[in-house]
Design a protein around this ligand. Structure first.
Ligand code: MSP
Length: 509
């Protein structure tokens, strides 16, 4: 659908105190799928990811590694950049919070908040967790630890504060007026009840360490890492220049994708900072679920993480991308296991779409001189399959509007199953001798179905979808969603020799 609003999508920026793991790749791939979908749907897209490089944790990790914080950040940030490329993600920019453009942007936002009397100097005393980079109330502690299980320490110092308490009513009004501002629905209720519970002013500077952006005019203080980090979303658009092309085209963001662990920062603090600075809050923040590995909790701090490369090397890139998007109902928690990955590869990819495409293309190759066959008159069964596959874009678009990525795949696979039933019923291999015209029609309908499926699968498994489209000789310029409503496959087009695109995974002895 052309002429629609530009689409700005962001991943969280990842902490550099550890290397990328599977779940980081998951968040980035989900955003990539959304970004690719919107581009194919004719929208102008900006897709941002990057690294969050300041804070005490990074300072400590650098010290432990015996190098300077900047050197440490350069090293780990490069790993995240490589992970993004490894997963075949189509981000338009990669931001680092140690870049000059970002430091300038954060200081400008700070000064704006000071000018508007939203930040003041006060005294802070409270429980702080270095691991979570967050303060906790006495009442939130469980057995002397943060609710996340992280250790906390008592901190007392002179701090700058953001007048968060002032924003309680306006935040509630904002959620009220924008029912889609927080997704999924259950999370929205969680955020609203947190805000209704009362907001206290937020400490937004630290003096106990140095690795951060200095407070303008008071360099003994560094800016709280969350003020610093969240601002990345507007830095990348050219803030403080709100007239810049990036900012005026893409702000407010269409979607900040986050893990459920950092929802509060994105749906309470961030809109409050923005509104306080006279800027618009993001249109939507969506919290996806949490992965465990073979039933165990995974986290950087606990050290049991799986590097994405290990999985890509073992199973193939698109198999992993597909698994990520299909295995968990998006928004829910779930488990990463080798068995589940192999199950998805063999039943959905190899035996599903792979087998369907291979059967059809082989029959066309053998029985139709390797050319797209001519369709004769269509039966009800032909029309039914074609109308199911033509209707998919509407259904899938609606799924994407609510980030129901797994459901989009389910809907696509319903048509794969319908095509499987159709091919078995029509048995085109048996028609060769008895009714060649009918055989050609059936194979045409099937090839046309595969064309639609492959176009729709591009956001999820871009490499494999590209191969499928190549096998159908679809030119590069006819692969966007407009091509789904445009001309069907051209009869007579010469097709390359078919090759399997989705191999079965065979367990090594
Ligand atoms: N730096 C902050 C985000 C700042 S955004 C302005 C941060 N970084 S992080 O590296 O610790 O985690 C970033 C994201 O990684 C999480 O929000 C989540 O999206 C993803 N995940 C990390 N571990 C995860 C799982 N075990 N499961 C699912 N996603 C998780 O927080």
């Amino acid at each position: 659908m052309t002429g629609q609003k530009p689409y700005y999508i962001t991943t969280p920026i990842y902490y550099v105190n550890g290397s990328p793991h599977f779940a980081h790749a998951y968040t980035t791939v989900a955003c990539d799928v959304l970004a690719r979908f919107m581009r194919l749907d004719g929208r102008k897209v900006m897709f941002l990811t990057g690294t969050d490089e300041h804070g005490q944790k990074v300072e400590q990790s650098a010290r432990a590694a015996g190098i300077s914080p900047q050197e440490f950040c350069d090293r780990v940030s490069a790993e995240f950049r490589e992970m993004t490329a490894l997963m075949n993600c189509s981000n338009d920019d990669f931001i680092r919070t140690t870049e000059p453009r970002h430091i300038k942007s954060v200081q400008a936002l700070w000064e704006e908040l000071v000018k508007r009397d939203e930040i003041y100097l006060g005294k802070f005393a409270g429980w702080y967790s270095v691991r979570d980079e967050a303060f906790y109330e006495e009442g939130e502690l469980i057995d002397g630890k943060a609710p996340t299980g992280a250790p906390v320490e008592w901190v007392e110092e002179e701090n700058y504060f953001f007048r968060l308490s002032r924003w309680q009513d306006r935040l509630l009004e904002f959620y009220e007026r924008n029912p889609d501002a927080v997704g999924p629905r259950s999370r929205r209720n969680e955020v609203i009840s947190f805000v209704k519970g009362g907001l206290r002013d937020l400490s937004v500077s630290r003096t106990s360490f140095k690795w951060g952006i200095p407070v303008p005019g008071n360099p003994n203080h560094v800016i709280y890492v969350w003020v610093d980090a969240l601002t990345n979303y507007i830095t990348a658009l050219g803030y403080p220049d709100t007239k810049s092309e990036g900012y005026s085209t893409f702000w407010p963001a269409s979607l900040h994708m986050v893990g459920k662990d950092i929802l509060r920062f994105h749906t309470v603090y961030w809109p409050a900072f923005l509104m306080a600075a006279g800027l618009e809050p993001p249109e939507r923040v969506y919290a996806h679920g949490w992965w465990t590995v073979e039933g165990e909790k995974m986290s950087k701090s606990l050290g049991n993480f799986i590097p994405p490369k290990e999985l890509v090397d073992a199973y193939g890139l698109d198999a992993i991308r597909y698994f990520m998007m299909r295995e968990l109902p998006f928004g829910n928690d779930g488990d990463l296991s080798r068995r589940a990955i192999i199950g998805r590869i063999n039943s959905d990819l190899a035996n599903g779409i792979g087998n369907l495409a291979q059967r059809v293309l082989t029959l066309v190759n053998k029985n139709c001189e390797g050319r797209v066959p001519v369709a004769g008159s269509l039966t009800d069964a032909d029309e039914a399959l074609l109308s199911a596959v033509r209707g998919l874009i509407g259904t899938v678009r609606a799924d994407f509007e609510e980030q129901a990525l797994h459901r989009a795949l389910e809907h696509i696979w319903e048509v794969v199953a319908a095509a499987d039933r159709y091919i078995d019923e029509m048995a085109p291999w048996a028609l060769r001798k008895t009714d060649a015209v009918r055989m050609a029609t059936v194979l045409h309908v099937l090839a046309e179905t595969i064309r639609h499926l492959a176009i729709l699968l591009q956001p999820f498994i871009p490499g494999s979808a590209d191969k499928l489209l190549g096998q159908l000789a679809i030119p590069e310029g006819s692969r966007d969603f407009i091509a789904l409503t445009g001309a069907p496959l051209q009869a007579g087009t010469v097709l390359p020799k078919p090759e399997g695109v989705f191999p079965r995974y065979v367990e090594k002895e």
